[in-house]
Write a protein that binds this ligand. Structure first.
Ligand SMILES: Nc1ncnc2c1ncn2[C@@H]1O[C@H](COP(=O)(O)OP(=O)(O)OP(=O)(O)O)[C@@H](O)[C@H]1O
Length: 638
């Protein structure tokens, strides 16, 4: 692996704490890997190095590349997401963290629990914020480490009596969480950060396990994650890489301006820059540079392409999304016929919804593809049904999973199920719970048998899923019309589970960072087209990138129009999309539907990022018929 002088200086730095603040494609990920390899080469034990990333995908990629570069020894470098890292330590040192057998809830569970809590406090009162909104208030307050009351009073735009009611709902939510031994996503970071912050002894014991903590995507750390890093930095060296122009997680409490206070917050720290971009050709970077330059914020980034000149990006207009999709898929097929690989192509979208026409055509034309960032496999109803059985077998106090499982069965409604659940969860051991279940279902033994069979197969998750699928097939056939295609997801689930030693770790891994169904199916190295949401595309790259739906109303998204910071975050989303391309960048937009239908003079366009795009930066073409008369202004496109 080669490094330029800037990268070499960074990866061999002796600074106690180092921030590498650099633009897209400048080799941040490569430098993290280089740093780890350098540390190993200088004799640091792999177990004393931690690499934290934002997604499981990034973690496994870095891990794979590190092992390739530094050998099998590197396999014991601790690599994972923040959540994964914290949970792993808390599980291994339960006593330090007051952590017992807890079930980690995903966002859907969190929503269900909040619904229950809300229902209990306000019944059907529709004047109080909906459960989903409450979850996001609660989660945001915790990730930004603010007392919920303070957050609600300051940011939630609620009147004082409503604040009191919402706080009561939060209290009820907490109570239910405790009763069910649940841990939500935010609890993981919160508990870990709090214990480390409050207990000098635990902080020392945990932090002393590591000499070097390497952090990817530093711009996306939220205040809780910052607290964790500060605790670790008391004993270990921090090596962080980030790009303030790629911060796109403010909705989860990240504040990219935090990277600017790195030096003042951490003693003995330095900042270095990487400025040469290795990924893209200069015309692609010119467009990305322009997007940042026209912002009111000063990003102070001008990417220079080591690779030099190349083709200008294209900006293509279509009459509707179907023509747009047709063109993109046609073009990919043409390129493939000319000898390009499928995996030279990546289609980037704002949301899974925007990409559907393209996905439809890829399926229709039988083009191999994966969809990253779409509806997660583990979010699909039938998969959650099956997982509910695994969950109750692992934790008999998991009342949400019991409710889901029992109400799958005919003639068991919510009231009957709730009575059964009440009895089951008030027992004091799993064997007692099993007997109560047997008694409750009476002659309908198949209901209990499914749970028992998983309990017997705790250490063989894949077999448990296989048998469970067989046992529950008749039930699912009657529940789901398209059972045939859905049943394939269970085979996929079985495959995923085979990589885990027991049902509990399998559940934990996938509830923490669910992957999408189609992402899971192809294996590494398959030659396939990638369809991906921009949020999932961070850190990736591709020879040809097609950014779909770049019309007014999508960039920035209409829902962010009343908030200047949100608009700026949208700019960074587009920036991330543009900077994924190596050789070819094609932006497409259509004008048929939704906010995009408005005329060019409508208010939605006041913030449209491409409104004043200099004509020289792109090759633009209108590929639609008579519906729209392209009358570009001489100097600007938009
Ligand atoms: N010194 C180098 N020599 C050759 N290629 C390099 C060098 N540094 C980086 N690259 C290549 O440039 C591309 C971008 O590198 P990398 O993914 O590490 O950048 P990054 O800063 O993490 O990008 P982003 O933040 O946009 O995801 C990769 O293909 C990488 O292999």
């Amino acid at each position: 692996m080669e490094f330029n002088a800037e990268q070499q200086t960074a990866l061999t730095s002796e600074a106690r704490n180092l921030l590498v603040l650099a633009g897209a494609g400048t080799g941040k990920t490569r430098t993290i890997i280089g740093r780890a390899r350098h540390l190993l080469a200088t004799g640091v034990s792999p177990k004393r190095i931690v690499i934290v990333t934002f997604t499981r995908r990034a973690a496994s990629e870095i891990r794979g590349r590190l092992i390739k570069a530094a050998g099998e020894d590197a396999a014991t470098v601790v690599t994972g997401t923040f959540h994964n890292f914290c949970l792993r330590i808390m599980r291994s040192r339960q006593r330090w963290f007051g952590f017992t057998d807890l079930t980690v809830m995903d966002r859907d569970d969190q929503l269900q629990l909040m619904k229950l809590a809300r229902g209990e406090i306000v019944g059907k009162d529709s004047s109080i914020a909906k459960a989903a909104q409450l979850v996001s208030f609660y989660s945001y307050a915790r990730n930004t480490n603010q007392p919920p009351r303070k957050y609600l009073e300051k940011f939630a735009e609620l009147d004082p009596p409503a604040v009191e009611i919402v706080l009561k709902i939060f209290a009820k939510y907490k109570e239910r969480k405790l009763a069910g031994s649940y841990f939500d996503y935010d609890d993981i970071l919160h508990r870990f950060a709090k214990v480390l912050h409050d207990s000098d002894e635990v902080r020392r014991k945990v932090a002393q396990q590591f000499d070097h903590v390497l952090v990817d995507e530093m711009q996306d750390t939220n205040p809780l994650q910052w607290l964790i890093l500060e605790s670790l930095a008391e004993y270990a060296h921090l090596f962080c890489v980030g790009d303030d122009a790629q911060s796109i997680y403010a909705f989860r409490g990240a504040d990219f301006k935090n990277v600017h206070s790195f030096n003042s917050r951490l003693p003995n720290s330095e900042t270095l820059k990487l400025e040469q971009n290795y990924r893209s050709t200069q015309p692609i970077l010119d467009l990305a540079n322009w997007l940042l330059e026209v912002s009111d914020l000063k990003y102070e980034k001008r990417l220079r392409a080591v690779r030099g000149a190349g083709d200008k990006p294209q900006l293509l207009d279509f009459e509707n999304e179907y023509d747009e999709a047709e063109w993109i898929v046609g073009r990919i097929m043409k390129r493939h016929a000319e000898g390009a690989r499928w995996d030279d192509h990546m289609v980037l979208c704002r949301s899974a919804y925007v990409a559907r026409p393209v996905e439809g055509l890829l399926i229709e034309r039988k083009i191999p593809y994966r969809f990253v960032g779409g509806i997660g496999l583990l979010q699909m109803a039938h998969v959650r049904d099956l997982l509910s059985v695994l969950r109750v077998a692992v934790n008999y106090r998991d009342e949400l999973a019991w409710m889901r499982y029992l109400t799958l069965w005919p003639r068991i409604g919510e009231v009957t199920a709730a009575k059964m659940v009440c009895k089951i969860v008030s027992t004091s051991s799993s064997s007692e719970a099993a007997s109560v279940l047997d008694e409750a279902v009476g002659k309908r033994t198949e209901i209990a048998e499914a749970v028992h069979l998983v309990a017997r197969q705790q250490r063989a998750p894949s077999e448990a899923i296989q048998q469970l699928t067989q046992n529950l097939e008749p039930l699912f056939e009657t529940r789901y019309e398209n059972w045939e295609s859905r049943s394939k997801d269970f085979r996929l689930l079985g495959k995923l589970a085979a990589k885990h030693q027991d049902v509990a770790t399998f559940l934990e891994t996938y509830t923490l960072d669910p992957m999408s169904a189609s992402e899971a199916s192809p294996s590494e190295g398959d030659d396939i087209v990638t369809l991906i949401t921009v949020h999932s595309a961070k850190g990736t790259e591709s020879k040809a990138c097609y950014v779909v739906g770049v019309q007014p109303g999508n960039y920035p998204h209409t829902r962010s129009l009343d908030d200047a910071e949100a608009i700026e975050e949208e700019r960074r989303v587009l920036y991330v999309a543009l900077t994924r391309a190596e050789d070819e960048l094609v932006l497409t937009r259509h004008f048929s539907r939704g906010p995009a239908r408005v005329s060019w003079n409508a208010p939605v366009q006041t913030h449209y990022f491409l409104e004043r795009l200099p004509k020289t930066l792109v090759d633009s073409k209108s590929l639609f018929g008579s519906l729209y008369d392209v009358s570009w202004d001489d100097d600007y496109i938009g």
